[in-house]
Design a protein around this ligand. Structure first.
Ligand code: AMP
Ligand code: GLY
Length: 428
């Protein structure tokens, strides 16, 4: 079976790695810049901008691709799933109209409101900077400021955290006034992802990302510095009831999309803030999270290609999906200066990384030498029977790398987990 993987980051390396564990799969890949990890697993690599949907579809057709799995959001927004489907190629990744769940934050909030789905924070959408700024002046609580369109996970600013009132207004003007302003939620974040076959959702273990650049959750937002999941597939600061409510919200969102004539086949990423009133939706992504995909695909024990085939057929059941009862910790190594002034073209050497899994991201390999580029470089995933074991494995692997890269030592540590537990205890 020929499967095309679209995208060239750590997430797509994890997708290709999971597929390489399935039998009878031949992997083809399309990416803007060659990812050496994906290339090593592929029968053929096509270097092409992932949003150039006609060229990608031409390539897929020419190579007899049967299934395509789309990693990043940009090709979803550009309509790659529409184009592939039109050419008879089964696509794991929603059509662009359904991907608006991620690519248009106003669409997402309106869908939740119109279908009476719980967990939607108070919000208001604006298309004019003056009106948005007047709303800020008239409103005396802190707000989350979200550009309506895609920003690579870096566009959200929180008043009282990143910005004061004057800064908020300046930011709204800078981005042109296309914003959703919403209630600032207080609590602890968690991510619940699901495989969606059009109508049925099968959940994955809970996972938590770290958006901030520096230890202690400070500094600018990034694409995600690392993530962890626990051996029981939940978190001590999330109750079963919280998790069930979050999953029910996701099921209702897929039902709402279907009611709007927008069937959804793909991975659904639900980011939640667990608040005193239970889980509220921060956002949905129409794809696997990056880095979260690396944690969960490393834990997946069932056949990933079979899952994709059943997703495309609309016949996925919970019995098709299982994950190891282990903890996972993923640490991204990023160039010094990332995200504001990343040091590009720096030589790296990777030492003995033990039993950790290595996933390449934005890295180049020239004559046997690795170099940084401008985005996240590579990641290690440690697995273990406890979080401490998984963290140690990832940490030791990260230490094996020398060069102008850095990472967050605190991700997956018990200290950080304790902080989240006690914060949740305080607010509840
Ligand atoms: P997003 O790009 O939507 O994932 O948002 C980036 C980060 O902003 C999230 O991980 C949250 O930490 C924060 N955030 C987004 N929306 C809200 C909100 N309504 N209240 C508080 N924090 C938020
Ligand atoms: N890790 C968050 C994201 O993929 O958007």
């Amino acid at each position: 079976m020929k499967i095309l993987v679209v995208g060239g980051g750590g997430r797509e390396h994890a997708l290709a790695d999971a597929l390489s564990r399935s039998s009878n799969v031949e992997i083809y890949s399309v990416m803007r810049k060659e990812n050496p990890g994906i290339a090593a697993l592929s029968a053929d690599v096509y270097i092409c901008t992932e949003t150039d949907i006609h060229r990608v579809a031409d390539y897929a057709e020419a190579h007899g691709i049967e299934y395509a799995v789309i990693g990043p959001e940009a090709p979803l927004e550009a309509g790659l799933a529409n184009e592939l489907t039109a050419r008879g190629i089964s696509c794991i990744g929603p059509q662009k109209e359904a991907a608006r769940l991620e690519t248009d934050k106003e669409f997402c909030r309106n869908l939740m409101r119109d279908h009476g789905i719980e967990g939607c924070p108070g919000y208001q959408a604006f298309h004019d900077p003056g009106e948005a700024c007047r709303y800020i002046d008239a409103h005396d609580a802190d707000l989350a400021i979200k550009p309506i369109g895609l920003t690579g996970g870096k566009g959200v600013k929180i008043m009282g955290e990143h910005l004061d009132c004057a800064g908020a207004k300046a930011y709204i003007r800078e981005i042109g006034g296309e914003v959703v302003l919403e209630e600032r939620l207080i609590g602890e974040e968690f991510t619940l992802m699901a495989f969606v076959d059009g109508t049925h959702l099968v959940p994955m273990p809970l996972v938590q990302d770290h958006k901030r650049a520096y230890e202690g959750d400070v500094g600018p937002n990034t694409g995600g510095m690392g993530s962890y999941s626990m051996e029981d597939h939940s978190f001590p600061f999330v109750t079963d009831a919280d998790r069930n409510r979050a999953f029910a919200i996701m099921e209702k969102v897929i039902a709402a999309l279907n009611a709007e004539g927008l069937p959804y086949v793909g991975f659904l990423y639900g980011q939640f803030m667990n608040t005193t009133d239970g889980p509220k939706v921060i956002e949905f992504n129409a794809r696997f999270g990056d880095p979260e995909a690396m944690n969960l695909l490393a834990l997946l024990t069932s056949d990933f290609a079979e899952i994709l085939v059943k997703m495309a057929a609309g016949t996925l059941t919970p019995a098709d999906v299982s994950f190891a009862q282990q903890a996972s910790v993923c640490k991204y190594l990023v160039p010094e200066g990332y995200p504001d002034a990343p040091q590009n073209g720096q030589r790296l050497s990777i030492g003995d990384y033990g039993d950790a899994k290595l996933f390449f991201a934005n890295i180049s390999l020239k004559e046997g030498v690795y170099y940084t580029q401008t985005s996240r470089t590579l990641a290690f995933v440690g697995l273990g029977d406890s979080l401490a074991e998984a963290e140690m494995q990832a940490q030791q692997a990260a230490e094996s790398v020398t060069g102008a890269v850095r990472y967050r030592r605190d991700i997956g540590t018990l200290e950080v987990l304790e902080k989240r537990i006690s914060h949740m205890r305080d607010i509840r």
